[in-house]
Design a protein. Structure first.
Lengths: 305, 364
């Protein structure tokens, strides 16, 4: 009796695809389609208030416009500066905290938990908290400075060009230093003791031990934290939006506050999507950079005990 | 080159005292091995000499001065660690030269000294590799190289061979010995392996529970152990230790077997004294199968329960008054379990320890 060829979904070579189908479909609908759709809209004059404009193909005009737009490049540059300052400060503070906590023998667990508190708050709430702290009329910072006689006027923390950016970076650093601290502390815990002792015997003073042995060992952990945080900071939106809304007069505008304003407030979704694609390139560049550094730093660590 | 003096050195962790007043003088260029079971305080003592542990009490001096309050970097010593402790992110060359670089030596000196050390230890081919690319034995050699490039006052070795396999361990042991003959320097070497202690040491320091049990040359410690601990710890297979009673001029075991009191110990024991009779397996040999030796000798007839053929020699398991005892047979011959053999007992090499204190009845 001639056996009938089974239907194609029962054939062996298709089984893997059949089993992967839920994942493939999910990725397709949740990631790939929106991605393609937003890419498409960046080539249209799509405005949220005029749905029919979705079909208005304008080629590269959105990109031409943003590349010629000074505000976009200012936000772009400010984002890079913001990211550089915030990441370096978080690294330095995180390293300091991790080194100090590593020295403590009593109450270390409690301190570790306390250290993570800032991470437990929503960025929106952190934004509101610091908006209150830095408010020039009712903020506790100005209040404290004036009560202590350190300042006699109201310092415009959230209005001045430099102070406003400082205030936002301060909030960002306050919230996320513990990411560095925790990862670096994990690194310090994993660190073998012998090379440290060997370095001491080899003639190193404590600073040299740190510089030549501890720090190189920690670098992979630093780069992991940097990768995570660079993605985080490059898409910074919530704290900025709550504290200053990108203002006053665009003085604290970062990429994503600009994109959100263009897309939702001005309803120019096509142009916003074009900006978003450019800014994603920035994130990819940072991730790639830190990953390269991470791999280079890790290369030496394998296998040696 | 320096002598190292430990004067009543004590180490406490909180209220627990782990090293109880060590006194030790180590001469110029002497190779001293601290040996003992794990937890006896030998590593702690070494780490106090290195400055990696605080000294709770007493003084350590290296060369002319007391170094208690000096950090390790000011003691001018080198240390080789059990886990090699190489710097994983540096090449072999950088590992070797690191101490010199820290000491701000110029580039030419560093290169010359590193090449010299690499030459002594056969590391020339490996200089550009990283530790991850080396085998255990090579890593150990790099660790030793790192110690010798600095031309220190003293070398400290902390169980350097424990992580190597048996064959490599023997090979590296020889290399350390050769190294010490080439690079004459004071060495303090910690191990739990009595074979390493015997083969390497100019003087052995046997430690137990934070005390020094005996200090002496390998021959002295082997031939004249001061107590049952040293007797059982040094030598392999270990010395047979058999409880007995002195009755008149005889050593009598619980099962009635007896041996005469060794002549050299006759005036050190009293009638009725409870003793422990110590005899190395090498000195309990079937008649005709021993190492030909004249002297004070006695005979015992014993049942052999088990035999282990090792090639040139055979270990014979027997028992005296219910205590297991081992003998050795030189010259191969089949021995059936249960066979009864006549044994020569080399009485001039036998030991008597007081049963109550465990101390040898003759310490000199």
């Amino acid at each position: 009796m001639a056996t009938k060829r089974p239907p194609f979904w029962q054939r062996e070579q298709y089984t893997p695809f059949l089993l992967l189908l839920p994942a493939i479909l999910t990725l397709l609908f949740v990631v790939l389609l929106p991605l393609l759709f937003s890419l498409y809209t960046s080539f249209t004059g799509y405005r949220l208030i005029r749905p029919e404009s979705l079909w208005q193909w304008i080629g590269f005009r959105n990109y031409q416009r943003i590349f010629a737009d000074g505000d976009f490049w200012t936000a772009f540059g400010r984002t890079i500066i913001f990211l550089t300052i915030a990441l370096n400060l978080e690294f330095l503070f995180g390293l300091g905290i991790a080194l100090l906590i590593n020295k403590i023998t009593w109450g270390q667990r409690t301190l570790r938990t306390i250290m993570m508190f800032p991470m437990m708050f929503s960025p929106i709430l952190v934004g509101y908290q610091f908006k209150f702290v830095f408010n020039d009329n009712i903020g506790i910072l100005n209040n404290a400075l004036q009560s202590l006689g350190l300042s006699d006027g109201a310092i415009p923390w959230l209005v001045d060009k430099y102070l406003a950016n400082f205030s936002i970076i301060f909030a960002e650093v306050w919230m996320s230093t513990s990411v560095f601290a925790i990862l670096l502390l994990a690194g310090l815990f994993a660190m073998p003791r012998d090379p440290l002792e060997a370095a001491k015997v080899d003639g190193c003073n404590p600073w040299q031990v740190f510089r030549h042995i501890t720090l190189p060992f920690l670098m992979p952990f630093v780069f992991i934290a940097m990768t995570i945080r660079s993605l985080d900071v490059a898409r910074a939106y919530d704290i900025v939006d709550v504290m200053t809304g990108g203002g006053p007069a665009g003085r604290t505008e970062l990429l994503w506050t600009l994109i959100a304003r263009t897309g939702y407030d001005n309803a120019r979704m096509g142009q916003a999507n074009a900006m978003a694609y450019v800014s994603i390139l920035l994130s990819i560049a940072f991730t790639y950079y830190f990953f390269t550094k991470l791999l280079a730093a890790r290369k030496y660590m394998g296998g040696a005990e | 080159m320096a002598e190292i003096k430990l004067n009543n050195v004590i180490k406490r962790y909180g209220k627990t005292e782990v090293v109880h007043g060590i006194n030790l003088d180590i001469a110029h260029n002497e190779f001293v091995v601290l040996v003992g079971p794990s937890g006896c305080g030998k590593s702690t003592t070494l780490r106090m000499i290195a400055g990696l542990e605080d000294i709770s009490d007493g003084t350590v001096s290296i060369g002319p001065g007391v170094v208690n309050d000096l950090p390790p970097r000011k003691r001018n010593i080198s240390m080789v660690f059990q886990n090699y402790a190489l710097y994983p992110h540096m090449s072999v060359r950088e590992n070797l030269g690191f101490g010199l670089k820290i000491a701000k030596q110029d580039e030419a000196t560093i290169t010359a000294r590193v090449d010299e050390a690499a030459d002594i230890l056969g590391l020339d081919e490996l200089l550009e590799r990283t530790p991850a690319e080396l085998s255990g034995g090579q890593r150990q050699r790099v660790a030793m190289g790192r110690a010798i490039v600095r031309h220190p006052e003293a070398f400290l070795f902390d169980e350097p061979l424990s992580n190597l396999d048996a064959k490599l361990r023997v090979q590296m042991r020889t290399e350390i010995k050769k190294l010490h003959q080439k690079v004459k320097t004071t060495v303090v070497y910690v191990t739990h392996d009595q074979v390493e202690a015997m083969t390497l040491a100019d003087r052995i320091v046997v430690m137990k529970d934070g005390h020094i049990e005996q200090v002496g040359t390998p021959m002295k410690v082997f031939n004249h152990p001061v107590n049952t601990f040293v007797a059982s710890f040094i030598g392999s297979p270990p010395m047979n230790l058999l409880p007995a009673t002195i009755t008149g001029a005889d050593v009598v075991f619980a099962d009635g077997k007896s041996l005469p009191v060794p002549t050299r110990l006759a005036d050190r024991v009293r009638d009725g004294q409870e003793v422990i009779f110590g005899l190395r397996p090498d000195d309990l040999t079937p008649v005709g199968h021993g190492i030909a030796e004249s002297g004070d000798s006695a005979r015992l007839t014993l049942d052999v329960t088990l035999s282990e053929l090792l090639g040139t020699e055979t270990i014979l398991y027997t028992s005296i008054a219910g205590q297991e005892a081992q003998g050795k047979m030189f010259g191969a011959r089949e021995v059936a379990p249960g066979e009864t053999l006549e044994f020569d007992v080399a009485m001039d090499r036998a030991h008597l320890f007081d049963a109550a204190t465990g101390k040898s009845v003759r310490v000199d």
